[in-house]
Ligand binder design. Structure first.
Ligand code: ACO
Length: 324
């Protein structure tokens, strides 16, 4: 009996209009373009307008992904939305997107794995499609990190940006998939590291939203090892290698983490898709945003092998390997 493959049908993204450059930040806080570029590779980030919510960003990205897939909203019966910056504590931001799209069937819910959110959401949607219970999913990463930043803390506020990306995946019988689809996913977390990157507020603790806090060096220290571990797992599960993959689309946290991970794995620099210079770290949105850029500029083509990875607060980390 043939199994089910979750095949990527379309991708879309959205970035808020307002761009904040390093130069603008250096007028507000004690930092410089040189320091930020040298340590992170970030040159600018997008910031949501007043009143522009995570669901607003997600909705535009979702509509663009549906158009790219050639699907109507009513074709979708599952929405898995990754965010650490929901519109409200509840309901899930996913149900707002569902309602705005006019979808009244199936299920919609949020996934919270911070910067690893998109990989966790994709793995969740893939697993649900494989049960046969759902046919077509919107997998979304959407964030308004600008709302949880301490704009006085130069160690964190220079790193993050707002944005959203969405992917449409469809359940296809393996015999009809021509090798395409999600081939493997690997998810990990280790809560012993939860105090290294966190938000100092929440509904059941302080009753406030809180601000992002981070021990940057500690995150950096663990990132490359965790990323390379889950990618090694993806290669072991599929028999693919650093040579056989066509594109490496990592979570866009920091240029140095991306370069060091690719180098450790032996992935050629020309296969690495990097958008951190223009987007900053958009947490759960960064992978679908980068995928959309590389899909639209013609780098990613049908039939190619695309490797995704992310690492973030928790710590959480994960990889996904798919044939486009
Ligand atoms: N501008 C100028 N100086 C700064 C800034 C800034 N924006 N931020 C910190 N500094 C100063 C510090 O105050 C310190 O000064 P001091 O030596 O006088 O005390 C100096 O720069 C060095 O500070 P460190 O924090 O030790 O700098 P480091 O070299 O570790 O770089 C950074 C900081 C860029 C945050 C780095 O640790 C890093 O990239 N960590 C990974 C964090 C990350 O990517 N997090 C994203 C979320 S997790 C994820 O998505 C994977």
């Amino acid at each position: 009996m043939s199994g089910i493959r979750s095949v990527a049908r379309g991708i879309g993204s959205y970035l808020p209009e307002r761009v904040v450059t390093n130069a603008e930040l250096s007028e507000r806080i004690d930092t410089s373009d040189e320091w930020i570029v040298q340590r992170t590779g970030i040159r600018q980030r997008h910031v949501a307008a007043e009143g522009e919510c995570t669901s607003d960003l997600a909705l535009v990205a979702a509509r663009r992904a549906l158009t790219d897939a050639g699907f109507k909203a009513s074709d979708i019966d599952l929405i898995v939305l990754a965010t650490a910056t929901p519109d409200q504590t509840f309901p899930a931001t996913a149900v707002t997107v569902q309602a705005e799209l006019g979808i009244t069937r199936g299920a919609a819910f949020d996934v919270q794995a911070v910067c690893s959110g998109f990989v966790f959401a994709l793995a969740t949607a893939d697993a649900l499609l494989k049960t046969g219970a759902f046919e077509r999913a919107l997998v979304i990463g959407a964030e308004t990190f600008s709302r949880i930043l301490d704009w006085e803390d130069r160690g964190t506020c220079v790193l993050f940006g707002d944005g959203a990306g969405a992917m449409v995946i469809e359940a296809v019988q393996e015999d009809d998939a021509r090798g395409a689809g999600v081939l493997t996913t690997h998810l990990r977390s280790d809560g012993r590291h939860r105090n290294k990157l966190y938000v100092d507020g929440g509904p059941s603790s302080t009753g406030t939203v809180g601000h992002l806090r981070m021990e940057g060096r500690e995150v950096f220290k663990h990132a490359v090892g965790m990323i390379t571990d889950v990618i090694t797992d993806a290669f072991a599960a599929t028999g693919e290698t650093a040579e056989s993959i066509d594109w490496f689309v990592p979570h866009q946290a920091n240029r140095r983490i991306i370069d060091a991970s690719a180098q450790k794995l032996g992935i050629a620099p020309e296969k690495v898709v990097t958008t951190v210079d223009l987007h900053g770290n958009t947490s759960a949105a960064s992978i679908p945003l980068a995928l959309d850029v590389a899909w639209r500029d013609g780098r990613i083509r049908r039939g190619q092998l695309v490797l995704l990875e992310a690492m973030g607060g928790g710590f959480t980390w994960g990889s996904a390997l798919l044939r486009w």
